[in-house]
Every structure is written in structure tokens, then in C-alpha cells.
Design a protein around this ligand. Structure first.
Ligand code: SF4
Length: 359
């Protein structure tokens, strides 16, 4: 079966930029970017990021603001912060050389079992497994696993089976890639393409006619909706917009955005903003736009109001609360700082910073 998987992979693998390298730093960057993000989205970001930060030292020595700016639009910014912290660890502990020992790889901040397996197998040829959503789905069908493979015992079983598959194989990186690739392109979620599958003769789900029933999914809890008001604030006669930097413990830590307040009452938002900025804020009573944004555990419904500041607020806050700095920003310079897609939407800009068409 492993031979069949490798032969199939050799004949069908997509030519992806991170598959052309064995540089552990480049493999690491690619694997972090690929978490929860589609291949097509990652490709341009990967090229730009490596051009800007070609090695561990370049990334470790960079300011977090610059790293977040290069990540802008890719989402899940925690990954960028951890990648930056991980690069500093490799610089300080390993002299800038990504270690080849799987245990030392796991000790890098932000590197979990998946990324460690990818670096160890693809850069160093170690017989270490990788399990992502594609591998979990493929293995759950191949072995007809009757429990949820996204968590608990089901997930542990997938890791054990993947470890057994990759053990003692000559090309562990290629075998891991084959498992991910077959999950991504053949053993796909809704209608698996079993007739194209190189291991259909070994597949327990197919033998039992259960290929569309598996994997078993436990129902997800409904995400609560949080209502907020965001304020796009300017000083009269000044085109710059006030942006706030999210404090370092939050979900958007280090990223800039129009300030938000957890209320749906515009009057209350005005009072809270005036108090936290230390200047008078006049907020339009009606929102300019409404935005819905899904996060992992909740949905945000944000009403964006425009408003006027009586004068510029102080540059930094006292370090408490949601934001740790404020700045009036020329929107033409937005690409130089980390601004999430959500922040751009609040400003009425598309992901790349162009004004959205009306409506
Ligand atoms: Fe998936 Fe079908 Fe292949 Fe089984 S035979 S592993 S269900 S694509």
C-alpha cells in the first residue's frame, strides 16, 4: 500500500513551491501558513514572506509589526506571532540553525506535533508522521474508524496509524505528502473519488459501502454572536484615521484597527471612546456599514460609525484594556503595518487596501 501511495504521489503531486525545498526554515514557514488556510491563498504570501525574511535571523531580528504587516490578510495572526517567537528561540538557543532532532523541534515555541512532523520528515528525512484534516479524513475511511477523528481517541488512533505508515519507509517526507495530497484531491470530504484512488483495494470504508458516511463528525456547538461598535475617527480637516493597536494578549494582538467597543449603543460607545482616548469624540448616530465576521469560537457583528475627534489623543494608552497604542494614520501607508482583513473591512477597504465598490 505504501508503494502504491508513493507511486501515485510521484505521478500526481501538485507542483507546490514548498515541495521544491528541503530548507527547514522554508518548510516551517509553509507549514505554519498552511494551517487552516487554502494552498492557493498561501502561495503568494509564502513567496513574499520568504523574500522579506529569507532565514531564521532575518525573521528573528525583525520587528513584530513588520512580521504582522507581511502576514496581513492571511488571518490567524497568532501563527505569525508564534513563528516570530519560534525564530527568536532558534536564533538564541540553536545559533540560528533549525534543529533536526524531533524533540528539539517540538521545543520551539508554537511548533506542535503537526509542524514538527513536517519539518522532521520533509527537511531531515525523519520517519515522523503528520496528521492534518486531510490525513485524518483519509485514514478514518481507510480503516473505517467509527469515532470522531478530530479529537480524543479517534485523533490519537489516526496519529498511531500514520506513524505506522511512515515508519521505516525510505521517503517519509514524500509519504506524508502523499497522505495529505490524497486527502486533499481524491479522498475529498463530500464525494470521494474512489475510482481514482490508488489504495481503494485496501479501503475498509469502500469495502463496506461507507465512504460517504465517514468520517464521523460530532455536532459543533453554535458560536455565540457578539455585537460591537467600531469607530472610524478623524480630526476635522485631516484625512488621517485613528487606528488602535490591539494589546498583546488578545486575539488580534499587535494588529491595528479602528477602535471597537463591546456595545450596540452608539451613545455608550461615544462615552467609552471619549473616556479611553482622553479627547471628545463625536460619533454619527447611524452606522456607515455593518460587518459580520466569523472567528473560531464566536461571530462578531460590528456596526461601523464615522466620527470626529476634538484633537489627537495621546500616542500610547496606559497599557490597560483592549488597546496599547493609538495613532492617526494615512491610509495610503496602511500596508506598512499589520492590519487584519477585519480591520480593512471596518475601514471600507478590500483585503489589498483598495476601496470597496459601493454597496
Ligand atoms: Fe477514500 Fe475512496 Fe480511497 Fe477509500 S477508496 S481511501 S474512501 S478515496
Amino acid at each position: 500500500m505504501r508503494r502504491a501511495l508513493l507511486d501515485w504521489y510521484d505521478g500526481n503531486a501538485r507542483d507546490l513551491p514548498w515541495r521544491r525545498t528541503r530548507d527547514p526554515f522554508a518548510v516551517w514557514v509553509a507549514e505554519v501558513m498552511l494551517q487552516q488556510t487554502r494552498v492557493e491563498t498561501v502561495i503568494p504570501y509564502y513567496a513574499r514572506f520568504l523574500a522579506r525574511f529569507p532565514d531564521v535571523f532575518a525573521l528573528a531580528d525583525a520587528r513584530l509589526d513588520d512580521v504582522l504587516a507581511s502576514w496581513s490578510g492571511l488571518g490567524y495572526y497568532r501563527r505569525a506571532r508564534l513563528l516570530h517567537a519560534g525564530a527568536m528561540h532558534v536564533r538564541d538557543v540553536h545559533g540560528g540553525v533549525v534543529p533536526s532532532d524531533p524533540i528539539a523541534i517540538r521545543e520551539i515555541p508554537g511548533v506542535g506535533a503537526y509542524t514538527a512532523g513536517a519539518i522532521a520528515s520533509q527537511a531531515f528525512g525523519a520517519n515522523e508522521p503528520i496528521v492534518d484534516g486531510n490525513v485524518a479524513r483519509f485514514v478514518s475511511r481507510l480503516c473505517a474508524i467509527d469515532v470522531d477523528v478530530k479529537k480524543g481517541e479517534g485523533l490519537a488512533r489516526v496519529w498511531r496509524i500514520s506513524a505506522a505508515l511512515v515508519a521505516s519507509v525510505e521517503r517519509p517526507g514524500a509519504l506524508n505528502n502523499a497522505l495529505m495530497e490524497i486527502g486533499a484531491t481524491v479522498c475529498v470530504p463530500r464525494e470521494p473519488r474512489c475510482l481514482l484512488c490508488p489504495v481503494r483495494a485496501h479501503c475498509a470504508a469502500r469495502a463496506r459501502g461507507r465512504e460517504t458516511e465517514l468520517p464521523i463528525a460530532t455536532k459543533k456547538a453554535k458560536r455565540p454572536t457578539v455585537e460591537e461598535i467600531a469607530a472610524v475617527l478623524r480630526i476635522e480637516g485631516d484625512d488621517r484615521v485613528l487606528l488602535a493597536r490591539c494589546a498583546k494578549d488578545g486575539l488580534f494582538a499587535g494588529l491595528w484597527e479602528p477602535p471597537r467597543v463591546a456595545t450596540k449603543d452608539a451613545k455608550r460607545a461615544r462615552v467609552e471612546l471619549s473616556s479611553s482616548l482622553g479627547v471628545d469624540v463625536d460619533l454619527a448616530p447611524k452606522p456607515k456599514r455593518s460587518i459580520e465576521h466569523a472567528l473560531t469560537h464566536r461571530r462578531l457583528r460590528i456596526e461601523v460609525h464615522e466620527g470626529v475627534l476634538s484633537r489627537a489623543p495621546k500616542k500610547a494608552t496606559n497599557g490597560e484594556g483592549r488597546y496599547d497604542a493609538w495613532e492617526l494614520v494615512d491610509l495610503a501607508t496602511l500596508d506598512a503595518r499589520g492590519v487584519a482583513t477585519l480591520g480593512r473591512r471596518m475601514l471600507g477597504l478590500s483585503r489589498r487596501g483598495r476601496p470597496r465598490p459601493p454597496g
